[in-house]
Design a protein around this ligand. Structure first.
Ligand code: TRP
Ligand code: SF4
Length: 337
């Protein structure tokens, strides 16, 4: 075999890595806040997207059997919204054991105070009262995240604002590693995803743990039942009271799912009391359900053949392992092992 002589070898694409904990099916907040962006990045970069089972284990260790089932739910959502195994590496972190080895090595050089001052450490412990998160593994959560990223020498990590502190810590760990063992690991850049926050059914930020989420896989009837009773701008007590869309949780859904023209018409109708909240909710439902229809159709087809989904992940695991192993060879050599 000879390489084509006319075309110069294309410069390798920059590498992207991101991940999600398998806590269950993905909701509209995940779609708007992460997945839409990840889908777009597939055509620009060499993307790796990980379902991070070991991170889920750090809080779900009493309930570890659900993690695998949840990973399948995430994979089903990913494939149905358009993450494409022909473009990106979709894989299971816990099936690429090299992450654990790098996590162990990094844990030796991370000063404890760096971890104790990560805001999510104390926040999560306070928020999640029904689980004991005062563990060695949970404290090391961001070290494992750093390992996920640097084992692929990722250039960019697309995440939301809530992950900014973890990414800053990753960069600090990389600098310390390189100072001690030599320049091996690149410092990843955060690709901060600007997203208008999406309200859940109770008006608070949409989140699985609040129980206010609308899931990508929810049947249309369920989505209707969730959206129709949603709280609106409190100024609209009566149908004749004008409202302000920017103060309305429902309108956060319009911003994500209703095209500009239709959205502006609705906003005008709200401010003049020209339309009622029910009319307004029907507009967003209409657009949302239309967007979800092909996604849900694809999901149903995939659900009928989970073996094919596991196979796709296994292929991703194998691709990820090749890169992770090459990095670990370098890391071990740098340590003199
Ligand atoms: N901590 C991330 C979250 O809760 C998940 C995650 C684990 C991750 N490893 C990662 C995100 C690596 C980006 C890159 O959302
Ligand atoms: Fe909210 Fe729409 Fe009602 Fe205005 S009309 S308050 S945007 S639901």
């Amino acid at each position: 075999m000879s390489a084509p002589s006319s075309s110069p070898s294309p410069s390798p694409r920059k590498r992207v890595l991101s991940g999600v904990r398998p806590t269950g099916p993905q909701h509209l907040g995940n779609l708007v806040g992460a997945l839409r962006n990840w889908i777009r990045l597939q055509d620009l970069y060499d993307c790796q997207y990980a379902i991070v089972g070991w991170h889920a284990l750090s809080s779900e260790y009493m309930n570890s059997k659900v993690i695998r089932a949840n990973a399948l739910e995430v994979a089903l959502d990913w494939l149905s919204v358009g993450l494409d195994p022909a473009k990106s590496v979709l894989f299971l972190q816990s099936e690429v054991k090299e992450h654990a080895e790098l996590h162990l090595i990094l844990s030796m050089i991370v000063p404890l105070p760096w971890l104790e001052r990560v805001p999510t450490f104390k926040e999560m412990q306070q928020e999640i009262r029904d689980k004991d998160l005062n563990t060695y593994g949970f404290l090391g959560y961001p070290v494992l995240q750093a390992a996920d990223i640097v084992i692929y020498k990722a250039d960019f990590v697309p995440v939301g604002e809530d992950q900014a502190a973890h990414l800053e810590l990753t960069r600090e760990i990389v600098r310390r590693f390189n100072r001690i063992f030599g320049d091996i690991l690149p410092e990843p850049e955060t690709l901060l995803t600007e997203v208008p926050r999406l309200a859940g059914t109770d008006g608070r930020k949409m989140s699985k743990s609040f129980g206010n989420a609308i899931f990508i896989k929810d049947e249309p009837a369920v989505i209707r039942q969730k959206i129709l009773p949603m709280v609106t701008d409190t100024r609209r007590v009566r149908r004749t009271d004008p409202g302000e869309p920017n103060d309305c949780p429902v309108f956060t859904l319009h911003k994500a799912f209703v095209p500009k023209d239709a959205r502006e018409e609705v906003a005008q109708g709200c401010r003049t009391a020209g339309i009622g909240c029910l009319d307004c909710k029907k507009v967003v439902l209409d657009h949302l359900l239309r967007e979800l229809a092909p996604i849900q159709e694809k999901r149903k087809a995939l659900e009928a053949n989970p073996k094919a989904v596991w196979d796709i992940l296994e292929e991703g695991n194998a691709k990820a392992r090749r890169v992770a192993r090459a990095t670990m060879d370098e890391v071990r050599a740098a340590l003199g092992f």
